[in-house]
Design a protein around this ligand. Sequence first.
Ligand SMILES: NC(=O)c1ccc[n+]([C@@H]2O[C@H](COP(=O)([O-])OP(=O)(O)OC[C@H]3O[C@@H](n4cnc5c(N)ncnc54)[C@H](OP(=O)(O)O)[C@@H]3O)[C@@H](O)[C@H]2O)c1
Length: 302
Amino acid sequence: MTAQQPTTAPRMPVAVVGLGPMGIVLAETCLRGGHPLTVWNRTAARADDLVARGARRAGSVAEAVAAAEVVIVCLKDYDAMYAAFGDTTRAAGSGRPGPLVVNLNSGTPQEAREAVEWAASRGFGYLDGAIMVPPPLVGSPDAVFLYSGPREHFDTYTQALETLGSPRYLGPDPGLAVLYNTALLEMMYATMNGWLHAAALVGSAGVAAADFAELAHGWFTPAVLSPASFRADAPDLDRAEYPGDLGTLHMNLNAIEHILRTSREVGVPDDQPRLMKEIAERAIAAGYGEQNYYAIFETFRT
Ligand SMILES: NC(=O)c1ccc[n+]([C@@H]2O[C@H](COP(=O)([O-])OP(=O)(O)OC[C@H]3O[C@@H](n4cnc5c(N)ncnc54)[C@H](OP(=O)(O)O)[C@@H]3O)[C@@H](O)[C@H]2O)c1
C-alpha cells in the first residue's frame, strides 16, 4: 500500500501526542487515512481544529494511550516526552498488548536507547523514529520516515506507519533512527552552508544568487556529487582506500587556501574555510597528503 491510498480495511486506532507544526500534520494525515484518532497536546487549544474535523480530544496522555493501539509521539525532545507522560502506564486490564509508542522527536542515540527501558517499565512497546521531511510532505510517498527497534513492532504496525509516508526500517538498535537523522541533517547543513558561503563569495562581485544558482547546481551535481559517483565511491571509505592518482589532499589544501584567501580579500567571513583548512591539515599531518580528499574520513571515523 502506498501512503494515503484509500482503503476499506479497518484502520488502527491511533493517538498523536504533541501538536506542534509537525504533530498537527501527522494528526491530519492520520485522520485523512481513516484512522480513529485521539489527540493530546499540553496547550489543549491546538487540538481544536482537529477535533472539529473528527478527532477525539484526550484530557490526559493516559486517556490518549488507553484509546489507541499506536501512540505517535511528536514533541520537542525526549525530556518533553517524559514530562508529558508523567506517570502514565499501560491501562491495566485492557486485555490487549501495548500500545506501541512510536517516538518521532529528534535527539541522540543514547536518549533513544534509554527511552526503550522507560517504555518497557510502563508496559509499552517502543519504536524510535525520525521524520526526514518538512510538514507539507508528510503523507506523500516521498515522505521518508526512519524507524529502529524491534522488527516485530515495525512489521505489526506497518499499515499505520505507511499512512504517514514511506517507512524505512533500519535495524533493532533503537538508536539508529536518530543517528541516521543527525547524520543526514549534518550533510544538509554542511551542504547548505557551502552553497550560502559560495553565493556570498560571488555576491561580493555583485552577482545575484539567482544568477549563480543555475551554474552552481549544474556543476555541483555531476562534478561533485552525482548519484552514480556517490554510491561508487562509498565502498572506498569502507575499504580505507584513497588512491591519490587523480588528485591529492595536498592539491585540495591548496584549493581550500584559495577559498580562505579570497574570503579575506573580498570581506566574506572566513570561519568556514578556516575550519576546512584545519581539517585538511590534520589529515595531512596524519600522513594522508598523497592520498585523495576522501582520506579525511580516516580522521573523522571512530
Ligand atoms: N517541523 C519540522 O519541520 C520537523 C521536521 C522533522 C522533524 N521534526 C521533529 O519533530 C518534533 C516536533 O517538532 P515541531 O516542529 O512540531 O515543534 P517543536 O517546537 O519541536 O515541538 C512542539 C511540541 O512540543 C511540545 N512540548 C514542548 N515541551 C513540552 C513539555 N515540556 N511538555 C509537554 N509538551 C511539550 C509542545 O507543546 P505546546 O504546544 O504546549 O507548546 C508542542 O506540542 C521535533 O523533535 C522536531 O525535531 C520537525
